[in-house]
Design a protein around this ligand. Structure first.
Ligand code: ZN
Length: 133
């Protein structure tokens, strides 16, 4: 893995949370993006070479809505940048980790992404992400 790329935070409302994080981080949100396949609206902030990604569900049954119902708003996942996502998935599967998608899929912010099941990672949902070629 290259570096911590971003931390994903589940929020109920981007329109409430974007100004909150702009005030907190003292920087403007640089991108909002809908990811229809995941039923989420995302908003990104740069903090040095890392990012914060806010996630709001677009659907009451969506993955973020269900997360908030169970645990409330808060940290949803931690994402690491990788240079070759396919070989990193193979390495992790061989090491016994469970990937939620064996084929990388399109994520927000021009990335291919893959998630690891949190039951093998001390309860932390891990995202691998690679800049789309
Ligand atoms: Zn993410």
């Amino acid at each position: 893995m290259e570096k911590l790329e971003h931390i994903g935070i589940a929020v109920k409302s981007l329109s409430d949370s974007i100004p909150l994080f702009e005030a907190l981080l003292n920087t403007a949100c640089y991108k909002e993006e809908l990811v229809e396949s995941e039923a989420v609206k995302t908003a990104f902030f740069s903090v040095a070479t890392q990012k914060i990604e806010l996630l709001e569900s677009t659907n009451p049954d969506g993955i973020i809505a269900r997360f908030i119902d169970k645990k409330g708003e808060g940290i949803h996942h931690i994402a690491f940048a990788v240079t070759d996502i396919e070989s990193e998935i193979k390495r992790l599967v061989a090491a016994g980790f469970i990937v939620l998608n064996e084929k990388p899929r399109p994520g927000a912010d021009n990335k291919l992404v893959c998630f690891l099941h949190p039951k093998n990672t001390n309860g932390v949902l891990i995202e691998l992400c690679m800049e789309k070629p």
